[in-house]
Design a protein around this ligand. Structure first.
Ligand SMILES: C[S@@+](CC[C@H](N)C(=O)[O-])C[C@H]1O[C@@H](n2cnc3c(N)ncnc32)[C@H](O)[C@@H]1O
Ligand SMILES: [Zn+2]
Ligand SMILES: [Zn+2]
Ligand SMILES: [Zn+2]
Length: 736
């Protein structure tokens, strides 16, 4: 049972490692971007601790067959819990309201003939190479070869001066490369546009071409930019003027001939031939009758309004002509692919490629690579944009050079689907990472894999999980990761890909009938759609009630949750209480990526709480406490377990999340008898809030942990405290 057998130190350690570089642990995620994917290792840990008797640290690296069990995830998103259950042999049922989620999980699980896929992909690359390969070449400044590959074209936004009508280039700065990945700093000259490499960032000296002094700060700042011709201050963005215009000003390229003798990267200013290639690409685009470019308008929304402020009205306006040409030709080639699964796989690839092939991608001047449009959970519009080589570049050893092209997408997709046939785990031993094959396990629908039994059922549904129709008592577990109130606008973001995918394959996919993935029943807070905390609570409650009915008696509903404010946990308590389940555990587990913490300072938290709920069962008696002192002791115990997690230091925010988890668990425990689900949602939330306040709230527990909380970031010494005195007998159990 999870309550007793989930090993926080072991699973926490794996989950933390996984979240550093998730693709190394779960390559399957590379099938297509999805937001806020939870660690797969966490859900494997939950399944094994529930259904396998030996300790998780032993069962984890062995193959299992849990055939016959039926597991559901009502909010499947990128599919993490379902993939883990499917891999262990379970039948799975997944729901998600977003058609993109439905599609992505289907592509992840469906068996794919990799040989046929490779042929299809080679074919596509060959066609693109023939038609547009030349548009991504440039002349090497060192050896003069015309065969160097452009890695990235750098563009700056421009506008027309409202006074003198000259073109203003909205440079926020002129430093285009730091000296980390390249031996020197690279500056663009404000006067002549040439590039100069220098070792001194503070005093870069003079332009090596025109002799003018090099400067770091550009003219564009805080939505204002002076015209260099007449001095007029111009304001940007200017939505009335239409979508932003761009000018290509630099190129980072790759010369295979020079690379062995060259240190660092290759930069150049575009030469006349580069502009001619650009013009050729643009006129090739102008003379095409596009068949696959979506016409969809960008609806207004919490995230998309930023696009409107920049003058973007249609999705297609977010691409350069060269990108549109490449995308249209790719779609044409994909649509001619005969094999349905290969065609769908390539269409999925195209959809994922879009996030690197648009004019919102930025150039990371430290790492010297493209930042895709979803590198944050919004649509950030910068002033400098980065256009990656559309085809991608293969280096001498066959590895990809640079990012964001077709060959990058294909390589990671092949890895992802190979992992389905041969899943593995990573074992950390003596500072080394060992790849441990798990022969006997596989991810798939079991219908077509050669020599495999076809008994593994996969049911994926694109629908509101509140409408789920699962027969009562049909489930052995529900494992899920519900949306966190107000966190990510899945639909607004995913529409960017959806409009393309729908145009390409939508005719044969009933789930793609609607023009947008937005749905009034999506469970996120959204100002634009007038959805607040009550909508979220009602929705979560409906889904939990459905799931509780579908579960066998005593079977677990386990889910992750993460938020920095206690209020955002009330819906969780209400939903559990409405469903008639009891919360039998709240377990901390690292879940957010260290680098992606968007809330700065001590409030940030990388811990998820795993809530375990059942209709009936037993909880360790020591967990049922009735004072803040009792909760504080539980927190100390959790922290002791987390101390076993390598490289993890609990922050104030992390500790808060653990406190929230226990407070919500206890609120459910205490409120379940006499819970009145017929009260208004506001009253039900109030009941939870009142219970938590009467208990003493967050502060009462925090006071008791002053010694822990006052220790600044280096919290390690907290973990080596004396063993805790226990409340009640160590192994006492309470039935419910
Ligand atoms: C946090 S995500 C799940 C992420 C997933 N566990 C993973 O690791 O990739 C939550 C999902 O809930 C979905 N969702 C929101 N409201 C829903 C509803 N009413 N019914 C079904 N799914 C919904 C969202 O589309 C989103 O994919
Ligand atoms: Zn060269
Ligand atoms: Zn002017
Ligand atoms: Zn100059």
């Amino acid at each position: 049972m999870i309550e007793h057998d989930f090993d926080i130190s072991f699973i926490g350690g794996l989950a933390l490692q996984e979240k550093q570089i998730q693709q190394n642990y779960r390559p399957i995620i590379a099938v297509h971007k999805w937001f806020a994917r939870r660690p797969g290792t966490l859900f494997r840990g939950l399944l094994l601790s529930e259904f396998v008797t030996e300790p998780v640290s032993q069962s984890f690296y062995r193959a299992h067959d849990l055939g016959g069990l039926r597991i559901a995830d009502p909010f499947m998103g990128g599919g993490t819990p379902l993939l883990e259950a499917n891999r262990l042999g379970c039948d799975v049922i997944g729901h998600d309201i977003n058609p993109m989620s439905y599609w992505i999980v289907r592509q992840e699980i469906e068996h794919l003939d990799l040989k046929a896929y490779r042929e299809g992909a080679d074919n596509l690359l060959r066609e693109l190479q023939e038609k547009i390969g030349d548009f991504h070449r440039t002349q090497c400044l060192k050896c003069g070869s015309e065969d160097a590959h452009v890695k990235y074209f750098l563009w700056v936004k421009t506008r027309t001066c409202r006074n003198c009508e000259s073109e203003i280039r909205l440079f926020p700065g002129y430093l285009i490369s730091h000296n980390r990945r390249h031996p020197k700093y690279v500056f663009l000259c404000a006067a002549c546009g040439g590039l100069t490499e220098t070792g001194n960032r503070k005093q870069p000296g003079a332009c090596s071409l025109c002799g003018e002094p090099l400067i770091t700060a550009g003219p564009a700042r805080r939505n204002r930019c002076a015209c260099l011709q007449c001095g007029e201050i111009n304001v940007y963005p200017d939505p009335e003027a239409g979508p932003p215009l761009h000018r290509m000003f630099a190129i980072e390229y790759f010369c295979p001939a020079c690379k062995p003798r060259h240190k660092g990267r290759f930069f150049k200013t575009p030469d006349p031939a580069d502009f001619m290639r650009l013009e050729a690409a643009e006129s090739a685009w102008d003379s095409l009758q596009p068949m696959f470019i979506p016409d969809d308008e960008i609806p207004s929304g919490d995230e998309t309004n930023r696009l409107h402020r920049w003058g973007y009205r249609h999705y297609r306006e977010m691409f350069s002509k060269r990108q549109l040409l490449g995308l249209e030709l790719s779609c044409r080639s994909i649509s001619r692919e005969k094999g349905e699964r290969v065609r769908n796989a390539l269409a999925t690839n195209l959809s994922d490629l879009l996030r690197y092939q648009n004019m919102l991608c930025r150039y990371d001047v430290m790492a010297l690579k493209s930042l895709d449009i979803f590198s944050v959970h919004g649509f950030p519009v910068g002033l400098i944009q980065c256009e990656s080589n559309f085809l991608g570049i293969s280096g001498a050893n066959g590895d990809n050079v640079g990012s964001g092209g077709w060959s990058n997408i294909i390589a990671k997709f092949v890895k992802a689907k190979s992992y389905c046939d041969r899943p593995f785990e990573i074992l950390h031993r003596k500072g080394r990472k060992l790849v441990v094959d798990i022969p006997g396990e596989w991810i798939g629908d079991g219908n077509t894999t050669s020599g495999r039994p076809g008994s593994r059922k996969v049911e994926l549904l694109c629908s509101d999980a509140a409408e789920a129709n699962i027969e009562p008592g049909g489930l052995d577990a529900v494992l899920t990761d519900p949306p966190y109130f107000g966190n990510v606008q899945y639909a607004e973001l995913m529409d960017f890909c959806y409009v393309w995918l729908r145009k390409l394959v939508g005719r044969n996919v009933p789930e793609f009938a609607k023009a947008s993935t937005r749905n009034a029943m999506e469970l996120t807070g959204n100002e634009n759609m007038g959805r607040g905390l009550e909508h979220f609570t009602e929705g979560l409650s409906s889904v939990f009630r459905k799931m509780a009915l579908a579960l066998k008696p005593g079977a677990p509903l386990a889910f992750t949750y993460h938020h920095n404010s206690l209020d955002a946990y009330y819906p969780v308590a209400v939903a559990i209480l409405d469903s008639g389940l009891t919360c039998s555990a709240s377990l901390p587990c690292p879940g957010e990526m260290g680098a992606s913490i968007h809330i700065s300072g001590t409030k940030s938290s990388i811990l998820d709480t795993v809530f375990v709920c059942r209709s009936t069962g037993r909880v360790p008696a020591k967990w049922i406490v009735d004072t803040p002192e009792g909760v504080a002791e539980l927190i100390r115990m959790d922290l002791d377990k987390l101390a076993g997690v390598r490289n993890f230091t609990a922050t104030l925010g992390d500790i808060r999340c653990i406190i929230f988890g226990h407070l919500i668990r206890l609120a459910v425990w205490n409120l379940r008898k006499g819970w009145d689900g017929s009260l208004t949602v506001a009253r039900r939330m109030e009941s939870v809030s009142r219970w938590v306040s009467a208990f003493g709230g967050l502060t009462s527990v925090e006071h008791l942990l002053d010694d822990v909380l006052s220790v600044s970031p280096a919290l390690q010494n907290v973990f080596s405290r004396e063993p805790q005195t226990s409340y009640g007998a160590e192994d006492g159990q309470i039935s419910f």
